[in-house]
Ligand binder design. Structure first.
Ligand code: AMP
Length: 179
């Protein structure tokens, strides 16, 4: 697949996303990205869209949020020749971590990142699949602040713009598709 030659990456990715009404609960329109990952050309152009952007921004590491963020962050890091730092749900990382809590619709959860995975001053891009309220990405930014990372940008395949997550994050936000 020649992803670089693709005229409109966003249109191809958009055409592959399936909207699922009322999942996981009534009133939520779930954006199912699994068909994008399943389609060789769609997956390749998605990754290349991010790679071409961050090749130009002098990024030193890719940080990805569990778990769908890993599916974008891992091939992106490889494409950029960079390492991948993982932000995981609590209890998964075996060594000392920075932690941050974030609100869920009911209750709260927390995420973690190993304290030595990002060095102070390192220029990083933070990746997740989808920006909704921004709670998840906001928590990831909190641990990156603790690590004293320089967050160049937070990037998503999909942004649900009406939820206003972008303005809550306080760092530059890039999304390939907005709904
Ligand atoms: P939030 O913390 O509200 O920005 O939610 C972002 C996380 O929840 C992302 O990691 C998404 O994978 C998932 N998510 C939230 N809303 C949706 C949606 N409508 N469709 C698909 N995934 C969603």
């Amino acid at each position: 697949v020649d992803a670089q030659a693709h005229p409109d990456a966003a249109a191809l990715v958009q055409s592959l996303i399936i909207d699922v009404p009322d999942f996981p609960k009534p009133g939520i329109l779930f954006k199912d990205l699994t068909p994008v990952f399943q389609n060789p050309e769609g997956y390749a152009v998605l990754i290349e869209a991010f790679a071409s952007r961050y090749r130009a921004l002098d990024v030193q590491a890719v940080v990805a949020i569990e778990s769908r963020g890993f599916l974008i962050g891992a091939p992106l890091a490889q494409s950029l020749g960079l390492g991948l730092s993982l932000v995981r749900k609590h209890g998964k990382l075996p060594r000392k971590t920075f932690q941050a809590r974030y609100a869920l619709e009911y209750g709260e959860d927390h995420i973690e990142m190993h304290i030595d995975t990002v060095q102070p001053g390192m220029r990083v891009v933070l990746i997740d699949d989808l920006l909704a309220t921004g709670g998840t990405a906001g928590a990831a930014l909190k641990v990156l602040r603790e690590a004293q990372a320089e967050v160049v940008e937070v990037a998503f395949a999909v942004e649900l713009a009406a939820l206003g997550g972008r303005s809550s994050l306080g760092v530059p936000v890039f999304s390939l598709l907005q709904f």
